[in-house]
Design a protein around this ligand. Sequence first.
Ligand code: ZN
Ligand code: FE
Length: 240
Amino acid sequence: MTVSVQAVPILSDNYAWLLRESGSGAVAIVDPADADAVMPAIETAGRLDLILLTHHHLDHVAGADAVRTRWGAKIVGAAADAHRLPRLDIAVREGDTVPFGQASARVIDTPGHTRGHIAYFFADGAVLLCGDTMFSVGCGRLLEGTADEMFASLQKLAALPDETQVACGHEYTESNIRFALTVEPDNAALQGRALEVKQLRSAGEPTVPSLMVQERATNPFLRAGNAGRLGEIRKAKDGF
Ligand code: ZN
Ligand code: FE
């Protein structure tokens, strides 16, 4: 039994993620901000058990209620942000386990982009749903949190296994790479990733999920070394 993940492009540059658990056939959707856009993928899967939310921003949660109404699935989200999320059926905190068929996700607190942001990690299948905390070769803006919080959040994610599939909330990889090359122009792994991403995008393919081992080699925010440096890089990126 294992969990597989499929990108569902929605809005202008967001990804919802369809998860399937092979042992039971259970299906979940992550951050379904556009109910109409995610419906075909769910219809193909034929059922929906869970709706997982990473954080309260509308480009992640807007379609959740409509999807729940249509499929009768349960909405999972951060207890800390219950007041500003769609009504939660399952409110979770750091370290909680969310059962999904024969598998389960571990909840990881990842403040920085928003205070109540959480990520979900499925050890079976090594799938990480990290919303707007971490992008491929980037991280989210510090809208409600500090560089210290974001640094700690990213370090927790970076500690996951090499083969972890990083399923993030946006297709920002190309512009993230342009910026990252100004931070580390001589990083060979980053130069290689730039080529790979160029090919994927010109073929109209998503650049994510990426692999954690790849992010550790290319993501300037994972490579910052300390929170102060992360804050400097984040500020430079904001003005890039
Ligand atoms: Zn966001
Ligand atoms: Fe977002």
